[in-house]
Design a protein around this ligand. Structure first.
Ligand code: GUN
Length: 289
């Protein structure tokens, strides 16, 4: 069965629109997400546009702050300081990756943790690890919500996470652990045979490495839940203008073995945006006391 993130996003955004309207009615405050985009990376521009469109759909405002690719670290940090100090801004999202040569850790550490709707600030990472999350990072939050809404309980299951990034792999492993799964984390230095063994035993498989078809379909356990976080654009085939978008798992081969599987696109991606909207409302509520 397909885990349809697009349909679920629609439902979540519909519910959020009601909650935002009630919040604004009660407080006179409209939640506002500031999006910061440095440079002209086309994929990042697409993601930021989707995030801003989602704000509109739920009745929040977004303030877009595009900066040229030659922005200095100091200029970006000064902008973050301004947004931190602005009471009209509830959430701050600095789109990653930043241009080469910029230090994203320093920038992320500078965002007010109470406005850190990505959940990337060290204090928010710490709270998440301790099961006291203020903001759960959007992509892993979306993964957990997809499972929950599909009636899939990780409790007692063997889960394998492929990838250990701070944005997806690591927090996904924490959340699955908190949900009582037994979690194996694998990554680029995991020996190939161990990687295969870990994938083959997974009842729940989360793959976030950013490499097209990294996991062969025949490794997928019969009936497993396959969550493919990867979004990779292939080179255009002859006659195609742009290449196809594919995940990190060989979908065609995995589909017949998996019990549940996310499509790419239309699986995890839409959920990330829905969770960002949810986090922005959480921020606005907490900052409007
Ligand atoms: N780039 C890829 N994923 C993300 C994300 O979740 N947040 C931000 N800020 N940048 C990203």
């Amino acid at each position: 069965m397909i885990l349809d993130g697009k349909a679920l996003r629609k439902r979540i955004l519909g519910n959020l629109a009601g909650e935002v309207a009630a919040f604004t009615e009660a407080t006179g405050v409209t939640p506002c997400l500031a999006t910061v985009l440095v440079g002209g990376d086309p994929a990042s521009a697409v993601y930021v546009r989707s995030k801003r469109r989602a704000c509109e759909r739920v009745g929040m405002t977004s303030r877009h702050l595009p900066l040229p690719g030659d922005t200095t670290q100091a200029q970006l940090e000064a902008l973050v300081d301004e947004l931190n100090a602005d009471p009209k801004v509830h959430g701050i999202l600095v789109q990653l990756p930043l241009p080469a040569g910029m230090d994203s850790d320093t920038v992320l550490n500078r965002i007010d943790p109470h406005k850190d709707v990505d959940g990337f600030h060290p204090s928010n990472v710490g709270l998440l690890a301790l099961k006291k999350a203020r903001f759960v990072p959007c992509t892993p939050a979306g993964v957990m919500r997809l499972l929950e809404e599909s009636g899939i309980d990780p409790k007692g299951k063997m889960a394998t996470v492929v990838g250990r990034s701070a944005i997806v792999g690591l927090p996904a492993a924490l959340l699955l652990t908190h949900a009582h799964a037994t979690v194996t984390i694998t990554h680029s230095r995991t020996p190939k045979d161990e990687l295969e063994a870990a994938v083959r035993r997974a009842d729940i498989l989360v793959v976030a490495v950013g490499r097209p078809h990294f996991v062969p379909g025949e490794w997928v356990k019969e009936g497993a839940v396959v969550i493919d976080v990867g979004i990779n654009r292939l080179d255009p085939a002859p006659g195609e203008e742009t290449g196809r978008l594919v995940g990190d798992v060989d979908f065609e081969a995995a589909e017949s073995r998996a019990g549940w599987i996310t499509p790419v696109p239309g699986g995890v991606g839409p959920m990330t945006i829905a969770m960002l909207m949810s986090n922005t409302l959480v921020a606005a509520r907490a900052l409007t006391q």
